[in-house]
Design a protein around this ligand. Structure first.
Ligand code: DC
Length: 235
């Protein structure tokens, strides 16, 4: 039996979930899975195939009927030392972070059939333990038996600032108001949708990182992870 635990990290948009999850996975030699990238990939596919109209209305039937044609893979790039997301064999890592995808991904992720497909894949990825997965429903739906669950939150202004700087560094021309608007909109959609809304699992630890550095968050979570691993070793 493996002593490897699963770690579920859920929370609001642009809270720094993936930065923290990646660092923890690297330290423990676990696999990091960015479940948001999977929803982003489906949103990108829908946009590319014209299933999202200019007014934002989604052709749900066409998308759902095409779901079996969507193959999502994560591959490690040894040059950048980053995990990249592939759609049907093509790297879409950059494309799925565009503002256009960000604007439609919450609506795409609210479609039940999309969730069912992705949740099934994510559960398979976690069945042997040793996974750090971040998203919105990991602790509640995808990996409800994860040994460590974290619910991340931060002040919306802090999140908007962080995301704005990140986009600016990536050469994206956008105003802070547009970034804030997108975050607020996604928070609303992610928490109010009918299918698997963003919720804190009853047994999740809350991590409000409004005033914490990345190092402080990392240290906090590593302590929790080591405790959870020790408990797993004992039982
Ligand atoms: O983590 P992110 O911002 O890249 O996620 C993009 C969107 O995907 C987010 O607005 C909500 C959705 N999502 C989801 O519904 N369930 C998940 N487990 C992960 C992301």
């Amino acid at each position: 039996m493996t002593n490897k635990i699963n770690i579920a990290i859920d929370g609001y948009s642009s809270c720094g979930k993936s930065t923290l999850a990646k660092a923890i996975a690297k330290n423990l030699n676990y696999i990091y899975i960015d479940s948001g990238a999977m929803y982003r990939t489906v949103a990108y596919y829908a946009l590319e195939h014209g299933y999202v109209q200019s007014d934002g209305v989604i052709d749900e039937q066409m998308l759902v009927e095409s779901l079996h044609l969507i193959l999502i893979q994560f591959k490690y790039n040894s040059d950048t030392q980053e995990i990249e997301t592939f759609l049907n064999g093509n790297c879409v890592d950059k494309e799925i972070r565009s503002m256009q995808v960000s604007a439609h991904v919450s609506a795409i992720s609210a479609i039940k059939a999309v969730r069912e497909k992705l949740v099934r894949i994510q559960q398979r990825m976690g069945e042997n333990g040793g996974v750090v997965m971040d998203g919105r429903d990991i602790g509640t739906v995808v990996l409800p038996t994860a040994e460590l669950k974290v619910f991340m939150t931060a002040d919306v202004e802090v999140r908007a600032q962080r995301r704005f700087l990140q986009l600016k560094n990536n050469g994206v021309d956008i105003s802070i108001d547009d970034v804030r608007e997108n975050i607020t909109q996604r928070d609303f959609q992610d928490t109010t949708r009918a299918a698997d809304p963003l919720l804190k699992a009853w047994d999740a630890i809350i991590l409000d990182n409004s005033n914490l550095t990345e190092e402080e968050q990392f240290s906090f979570l590593m302590v929790q992870a080591r405790k959870a691993i020790e408990i797993k070793t004992l039982v």
